[in-house]
Design a protein around this ligand. Sequence first.
Ligand code: AMP
Length: 282
Amino acid sequence: MTLAVPNKGRLVEPTLRLLHDAGLVFEERDRSLVSRVENVALDILFVRTSDVVEFVRDAVADLGITGADLLAESEVDLPVVRALGYGRCRLTAAVPSDAGPQRVEDLAGLRVATSHPRATRRWFADRSIPVEVISLSGAVEVAPRLGLAEAIVDLVSTGATLATNGLRSIGDLLPSEAILVGNPAALDARAQDVDRLTTMLGAVLEGRRRKYVMMNAPAGRLGELEALLPGLESPSVIPLAHAGMIAIHAVVGADDVWALLPRLKTAGASGILVLPIEKLIV
Ligand code: AMP
């Protein structure tokens, strides 16, 4: 099986981390072309992020990792095997801070500069908002200052780049994150291998969203503590050598840990440990 992944740019590091965390052993000495995975029958093909969709469409690769925005821009109809939860950003419309438009609809009749011309054109056309799309390959955020357009459509995550360039968002066109796409014929022919890979990637992604919490408590407070722990299933309860004491183990949402720990302590827990989960198959 062949998996195309970005060789440059912001998706490289989280993509390689995901593959390594999933247990794939491979060298990335020179991300020039192909790396053979040592422990799985898989070749990793390093290509430009914006070329991943074409490689998968043309069956040069069976699977690929790229941004959802790039799949939308390519207008190629590839199945998304799963979303990967990183590389989150949004394609947003923005204007200079002191400009008039307040909503995307206010851009009717204006010029919009973007490096996502197809997705942008389609989005405005679907809503019957007439705009002139100016296609730029980079430095989109300076287009209003250069007098090339009144507005831009660009990817943002925090919005800091917009602010630095004196721009203000007036609405989002589409959310994006890294995705795993597949060639339809390959998904059919190699269903079992694809399933094995996606199970492992999924196990890493699920594990990252959760923590393993262990604590000791007086047995009499189990009910109170259990009510605070809406984990995967009911928590494990283990008797301790000290009579009347128990250990409770549970899987909780990583985002909940901050609020949860003080409440566990108040409910009688002590010796509370929070451990990372390497992989989780629910
Ligand atoms: P790069 O190769 O660094 O240009 O990667 C661009 C891809 O990274 C985009 O197509 C998005 O899918 C993703 N991405 C995530 N956050 C951002 C962001 N703030 N700006 C641009 N691209 C982003």
